[in-house]
Design a protein around this ligand. Structure first.
Ligand SMILES: Nc1nc2c(c(=O)[nH]1)N[C@H]1C(S)=C(S)[C@@H](COP(=O)(O)O)O[C@H]1N2
Ligand SMILES: [Mo]
Length: 239
């Protein structure tokens, strides 16, 4: 069983880097038709998403760590500098819901806090080549989706953020037990830089699939893409 799972993850990794190695191997940059090369790579990356989706095991857990492994201080990342982080007003904040959801009333922070919470010490891996271990606590996304009457047969869950960032994930990953809407980091409310008041924490995917300072969540069958995904990062990006 373990061997099979390890093989699966290796195949996933090989596929995840497949389009990049092709880029180098064929020297696409030197081609006379960079638009065509770009289109070919995009089609390959979407095909790669489908294979990763098919290989995803919804019962397989991401590794967890002891408290002693937590990285201190944590490491910030965003598409801008930490000095440009804007502060969200927690009292005025609402999580808006859109798409295939039957109960679309917006959620206040205090109401999210009344829901059962899960805690995890897991690793966040950024494509820039660093990784940190942190402790997050929040509402399992699967529980939340069922509570709001989301159509869990839909393909995608999409997220929008206070800073204009956005991302989206496949439904199987959204329902994974370790995928949470995190409210706390290291036993205290998230700080603005790390996603106050609410962020997605999904240890089965790369760091950029963990949108911070959420403002809206939706369920849809139309491919939502994302901030980095639209610039060519592989969409599925399992870690
Ligand atoms: N709103 C928002 N969320 C975001 C980003 C961002 O720029 N804006 N960057 C992503 C990237 S690339 C990474 S690696 C992680 C970093 O999370 P951290 O600051 O908690 O380490 O946040 C992700 N979520
Ligand atoms: Mo990242």
């Amino acid at each position: 069983m373990t061997v099979l799972l390890t093989r699966r993850s290796m195949v996933g990794r090989a596929l995840a880097i497949g389009s990049t190695s092709l880029l180098t191997a064929c020297n696409f940059d030197d081609l006379q038709h960079p638009d065509l090369a770009d289109r070919v790579l995009r089609v390959m990356s979407r095909w790669n998403d489908r294979v990763q989706e098919a290989l995803f095991d919804p019962t397989r857990l991401a590794p967890t760590y002891p408290a002693s492994a937590i990285t201190r201080p944590p490491r910030f990342n965003a598409y801008y500098d930490i000095s440009d982080v804007r502060v969200v007003d927690g009292n005025a904040w609402r999580l808006d819901l859109f798409g295939a959801i039957s109960e679309k009333r917006a959620w206040r922070l205090e109401d999210l806090r009344t829901l059962p919470q899960e805690s995890q010490i897991t690793r966040l891996i950024c494509v820039e080549g660093w990784r940190v271990v942190g402790q997050w606590r929040g509402v399992p996304l699967g529980d939340f989706l069922r509570r709001i009457g989301a159509d869990t047969r839909a393909r995608y869950v999409a997220f929008r953020c206070a800073d204009g960032y956005h991302s989206s994930i496949d439904m199987a990953s959204a329902l994974h037990p370790q995928t949470i809407l995190a409210l706390d980091f290291l036993d205290a409310p998230l700080t603005p830089a790390f996603g106050f008041p609410l962020r997605l924490r999904i240890p089965t995917k790369l760091g950029f699939k963990n949108p911070k300072s959420l403002t809206a969540l939706g369920v849809t069958n139309e491919y939502p893409g994302g901030y980095w995904e639209d610039q060519g990062y592989n969409w599925f990006s399992g870690s």
